[in-house]
Design a protein around this ligand. Structure first.
Ligand code: 5GP
Ligand code: ZN
Length: 111
């Protein structure tokens, strides 16, 4: 999608610090990190949000990138995955993304 910033990153029209890439997904560092490790894993195809996923296999096609990202960055002691779906949940970029956060203590429940 032309106006979507994460499509622009996938298509290399917008720079980002890529951590991992495969045929289905791109993982890149968040521009405003909320933890020492804060990476966004996005599908290469445009999907607006978790609610817009039509093909449930999309999730399983994203998960190898999650695991590979954690391994590549040497994450130890666990990590948190977050998917904000919709404005009131805090979604600000309308292209499905999984936040991978690690490297500090993470409270539960989140605020
Ligand atoms: P959301 O609030 O939609 O769940 O998360 C969007 C995330 O994308 C935010 O953490 C924000 O910092 C990040 N972000 C927004 N625009 C850009 C960008 O152009 N490049 C990168 N690397 N991250 C972005
Ligand atoms: Zn997009």
């Amino acid at each position: 999608m032309e106006s979507c910033p994460f499509c622009a990153i996938v298509q290399k029209r917008l720079p980002a610090e890529t951590v991992y890439e495969d045929e289905n997904a791109l993982a890149f560092r968040d521009i405003r990190p909320q933890a020492p490790v804060h990476v966004l894993i996005v599908p290469k195809e445009h999907v607006g949000s978790a609610d817009d996923v039509q093909d449930p296999t999309l999730w399983s096609r994203l998960m190898p990138a999650v695991k590979a990202t954690a391994a590549k960055l040497g994450v130890s002691g666990g990590y948190r995955l977050v998917v904000n779906c919709g404005e009131s949940a805090g979604q600000t970029v309308p292209h499905l993304h999984i936040h991978l956060l690690a490297g500090r203590g993470l409270q539960w429940p989140p605020g």
